[in-house]
Every structure is written in C-alpha cells, then in structure tokens.
Design a protein around this ligand. Structure first.
Ligand SMILES: Cc1cc2nc3c(=O)[nH]c(=O)nc-3n(C[C@H](O)[C@H](O)[C@H](O)COP(=O)(O)OP(=O)(O)OC[C@H]3O[C@@H](n4cnc5c(N)ncnc54)[C@H](O)[C@@H]3O)c2cc1C
Length: 373
C-alpha cells in the first residue's frame, strides 16, 4: 500500500518506521529543508521513550535525577524522578534515520497543499506536484493542514509555549518548575542542557510572553537561542480519521498532548504505534486509541483541577509532594500514564483528599477543552 506521511517530527517518522517495517511503500513529506529544525521544544521525556525506540546516547544531553518544585511562598521540594533531556533536533533525525533504514522515502522541502482525488498535492520549490496516496497520515503538528483539507478539522485551544536558551551556572542533576497563580494555567520551567546552558520557558493560554519576561528576570544570563510554538490543549472531541478511513491524524495534529505538562513526544509516538497496528490488523484506529485517550483524559482532569488552585493551594500541594512513598510510586510508574497510578496516589498521600472538592467539581463539568478555573 502507498502511504503518505505529512510531517517528519517524532510522530510522523515513527509511523514511517513502523509502516515501512510492515512492507508498505512509505513516503514522508516535510516542508522544511532539514529534519528537526526549527526546534520548538524543551526535549524532556521519561524513560518510556526507550520502550518505543532503541536508546541512543548520542541524542541524550543530560539524565536528571530530580525535579525541584517551587511553591509560590518560596519553599522548594526535591522530587526524585528519572528524566532525559534530549537534543530535540537529534531525536527527529534519529527516528527519521530508523525509518529510512526500514525503507521509507523522505521528500524534504515538500509542503502538503491538499488532496486531488486519490493523490496528494505538494508544493516544492514554488511548483505543485501530485503523488498517489492510498492512505495519508497527518503528522503535521497543531495547525494540521491535512485535517483541514480532509474536512476533519475542529477549532482547538492552544497554549503559547515560549522558551529561551540562557547562559548561566546550572545544576546538571535537576530541573526546576515554578507553580503559582503568577503562572496561571500552567507552570514555568528551567531545564539544564549543560552546566552553562538551560532551556527556560513558560506556557500559557494567556500572556505567556509577559510571564516569560518575569521568569527570565530571575535568570538574567545571555540569551543564546529562542524556541516558541503552540501546544495543543488535549480535547477528546478532535477527530482522528475521516469516514473513509483513508486519512488519519497522529501526535499534535490530533491534539494528543498531556495537559499536565504539555509533553507530546511520547504520546504522539504512541499514537503512531497504535495507528500502525490498526492498519496492520485492519482495526478501527479511533477505537484503538481509547486507552491512550483515557490517560490523556486524566492529565486533562488534573490540569483542570490545578487551574482552580490559589497560591495557598499550591503551597499545600508542594508541601504534600515531600513524601517518600509518593516519590517511590512515581519512580516506578512513568508519569505519562496516570491510569497506572492515579488511584494509588490517595493511598500514598492521603492529604491529596483535601483537594477532592476541586477535583470533583472539574469531573462534573462538560468534558471539552481546559478551563482556567
Ligand atoms: C516550547 C515548547 C516546549 C515543549 N517541550 C516539550 C517537552 O519537553 N517534552 C515533550 O514531550 N513535548 C514538548 N513539547 C511538545 C512537543 O514539541 C510536541 O508535542 C511534539 O513535537 C509533537 O510531535 P509531532 O511529530 O506530532 O509534531 P511536530 O513535532 O510539530 O512535527 C510536525 C512536522 O510537520 C511539518 N509540517 C507541518 N505542516 C506541514 C505541511 N503542510 N507539509 C509538510 N510538512 C509539514 C513540520 O515542519 C514538522 O516537522 C513542547 C512544545 C513547545 C512549543
């Protein structure tokens, strides 16, 4: 079968790798001239990524042992976690390399422009070309042109992610996150990539730039890089396929991002894995996505609950996170998949029950988009 994949990000190239391995004639179309650029990401992932692709030390910038969580009142808690800071452009190139080895063909500097019957239309060096396509996969990020051309686009909310690489003197064993009303509807982060460089950023549905200026005042080093971009807010109502089952969406194009952290690398690649398995077994992709959607639904509910928090609530939350039992639980269960640990949370930290009212209120609200409390 001839399969066209639009977008050579992690979701697109991972789908290409799996489908080429199944023996399909896979073509990846990427609008940029080089894979992985420009970078619009912090590149932080859990070890769950190595269940999908072979571990590759050359794309790991740092392995961190903990996250330092900052409460609005200035107290901090060191929370033990195993996280990887990746060279994001390196990750995209690495997965594309795996896909090419499996037999996929890459067309760089080719921008998807629409459908023409069973062909796709692509712009290359100012000229339009057509390519035959039995199946087309939209892995083209949060503003997916494939979704629009296939008439399965629904309006979606996004967070603006704003991040800079800033010189300084950083702890290479930990990354920092800052909670509080000041960083309304998300959090700020300081993620080292070496002793002298860190990725410092903020995401928000509103005024991310103002909040970013505020956080960078605390880290006044020289700005040496700039990465920003939209992060889709998970919404279970985003369609992932057309009626004919000839067009499918994966990753950010389908809004499959964790609403707690804005992380979408692993969940995007997982959606590609689920799609490749569905194509192999002629099963319904939307149905097969349900377990992943369940996890993303939990992330979304936790995010909605957090977005109701006052500074006082955040101070309590950070204090409650200083628990060995809680840290042990999250060490053994990657935070990507809350269904594996959500009910256990209340056993290891019963004081979380104090937030039950906030949680239940959000549970009862209509299930679309993320409220700001
Ligand atoms: C500031 C910021 C920080 C982030 N930090 C993290 C993090 O630490 N960890 C994490 O897991 N996630 C993070 N994310 C989210 C993460 O970057 C995305 O979820 C992830 O990149 C999704 O991968 P994807 O392959 O689905 O889409 P993308 O990586 O967006 O890839 C889409 C590809 O499609 C191409 N494309 C688009 N339109 C067309 C077209 N018409 N024709 C051809 N090609 C096209 C693009 O050029 C791109 O290469 C962050 C996002 C932002 C904005």
């Amino acid at each position: 079968m001839r399969i066209s994949i639009i977008g050579a990000g992690p979701s697109g190239s991972y789908a290409a790798f799996l489908l080429a391995n199944q023996g399909h004639d896979v073509h990846v179309f990427e609008e940029h001239a080089s894979i992985g650029n420009p970078v619009q990401c912090t590149g932080i992932v859990t070890h769950a990524i190595w269940d999908l692709i072979p571990k590759n030390d050359s794309i790991i910038k740092l392995e961190l042992d903990k996250v330092k969580i900052h409460a609005p009142n200035g107290t901090t808690v060191d929370f033990a976690l195993k996280e990887f800071i990746l060279d994001r452009a390196g990750l995209d190139k690495y997965i594309a390399q795996l896909a090419k080895k499996a037999g996929a063909t890459y067309h760089l500097n080719h921008k998807f422009a629409g459908f023409d019957g069973t062909n796709i239309r692509v712009r290359h060096n100012g000229k339009e070309q057509t390519f035959p396509s039995d199946i087309t996969i939209g892995a083209d990020g949060p503003t997916s042109e494939v979704a629009k051309a296939a008439d399965i686009w629904v309006p979606r909310k996004v967070w603006g992610g704003v991040q800079a690489t800033i010189q300084g003197n950083y702890d290479q064993t930990a990354f920092d996150v800052f909670f509080g009303e000041e960083f309304k509807d998300f959090f700020a982060w300081v993620v080292p990539e070496s002793k002298t460089l860190a990725r410092i950023g903020i995401a928000s549905e509103h005024k991310a730039r103002d909040m970013f200026e505020h956080i960078t005042k605390v880290y006044p080093g020289k700005l040496v890089g700039w990465q920003s971009g939209p992060i889709p807010i998970y919404d279970k109502n985003i369609p992932v396929q057309n009626k004919e089952h000839t067009v499918f969406l994966v990753g950010d194009a389908a809004g499959l991002v964790k609403a707690t952290t804005g992380g979408g690398i692993i969940t995007g690649m997982l959606s590609s894995k689920i799609l490749a398995a569905s194509i192999a077994s002629d099963k319904d992709y939307a149905k097969a996505l349900k377990p992943l959607r369940k996890d993303l639904g939990w992330h979304w509910l936790i995010r909605r609950t957090l977005n109701t928090f006052t500074d006082k609530d955040y101070n309590k939350l950070v204090n409650y996170m200083d628990s060995q039992k809680l840290q042990q639980l999250l060490k053994t269960h990657p935070r990507d998949f809350p269904t594996q640990f959500i009910t256990k949370l209340f056993f290891v930290q019963p004081r979380f029950a104090l937030f039950a009212t906030n949680f239940i209120k959000q549970l009862l609200l209509p299930r679309s988009g993320v409220s700001n409390g």
